[in-house]
Design a binder for this molecule. Sequence first.
Ligand code: EPU
Length: 432
Amino acid sequence: MTKYVIKGGKPLYGKIDISGAKNAAVAIIPATILVGGVCRIENIPQISDVTMLLNILKQLGADIRTVNKNTMDIDCSAIRSSEATFDMMRKIRASYYLIGALLGRFGSATVAMPGGCNFGGVRPIDQHIKGFTAMGAEVEVKNGHVCTTAPGGKLRGASIYLDVVSVGATINLMLAAALADGITVIENAAREPHIVDLANFLNSMGADVRGAGTGVIKIYGVDRLSGGFYSIIPDQIEAGTYMAAVADAGGEVLINNVIPRHLKCITVKLEEMGVYVEDRGDAVLVRRDSPIRRANVKTLPYPGFPTDMQPQISAVLCIADGTSVITEGVWDNRYKYVDELAKMGARIQVDGRVAVIEGVESLTGAPVKACDLRAGAAMAVAALGAHGVTEISEVGYIERGYESFVEKLRGIGADISCVTEPDAEDEEKSVG
Ligand code: EPU
């Protein structure tokens, strides 16, 4: 079992480099299935969700070569099967992008139902299915698989209005539409930076996607996409997490390789909390040298405050000088981590989608667990500003989405180490 051990209460100083965006990478990697030729992709984050997706593509027959740590050549020309039913598909959410990509390329796809962080129940894909159906596909969910077929072997453009703003449905329908016959219009589309990044990737390979970043995306289907070069945008949430870490622990850190515009929603909230944030073009300087002020936060689809930063900002507000109200506007249940923060002395009451945080002077280190990816990051944020030692277990969740988490934090002076202990089963096995 691997744990992070953090000795808190030490301000953070120095520089940190942000990696490529996880949620862009997990869309762009499946998108290479649509491309006839080699895609050289730069700024791919080294995280376990990406490793799993690359392994899925290899199993399907893709040729993947590592150029350097964060650059890969991906050639999916040799893929012949549109069936992705491997067990590992169930471990990550983004495996559902294989439906749009395989269906778009082959006119049919059988894909294992996706996994991913559980925010209180099954994460629905009805909007994805509604879109595929509008494009002429027959869709059936059976035995844990999504089976889709486009009669005649090709999807046709359609007009699709999403009932909820869904990142996943927007991306999946963009993938399905890139090679479809005719024009697809997605209304009430998600506007996250990774949607724009996927559109830019597809366009640089020869697609015709217009309007990404607005609520209406038009995809003019083309006959083929060909290989090329693309560099993934920096990770907005990784940057936001380190901004929250500085806000919690205090200090001054230059966060490099970011697009400050993508961070605006986070920056504005941190400033309201008394944190100094300076836009340095492709970096932000973050400083906290006074007490954290209370604030209310409501998460919303982009450009609202991101749900993927909700646990981390809540961790900081635990030590604010008053009572803060958090309203989760995207997921039904994203407060599982609250019980863990309570072990460190946090005072939080949850009622449905609302959490009320009564600030305390400081948190105290305790053994806690990462309940999911961002919840795990929130534990680390809380631990960095807390008195004493925090041990975070189940850090595999954190490694799904943060490249070199421990090394990066050590680089700005955090007292954090990664400890691997034999788990109970191994101990039993090793006895005698
Ligand atoms: N929804 C539906 N029907 C659908 C799809 C979504 O009702 O068909 C609902 C969901 O239940 C949710 C809301 O719509 O209430 C938004 O879901 P969305 O589809 O946008 O989420 P997702 O695509 O499954 C992605 C990110 C999540 C992030 C959300 C929201 C990836 C791989 N995952 O999930 O990221 O929280 O968008 O921004 O891109 C993370 O990185 O920690 C993470 C969980």
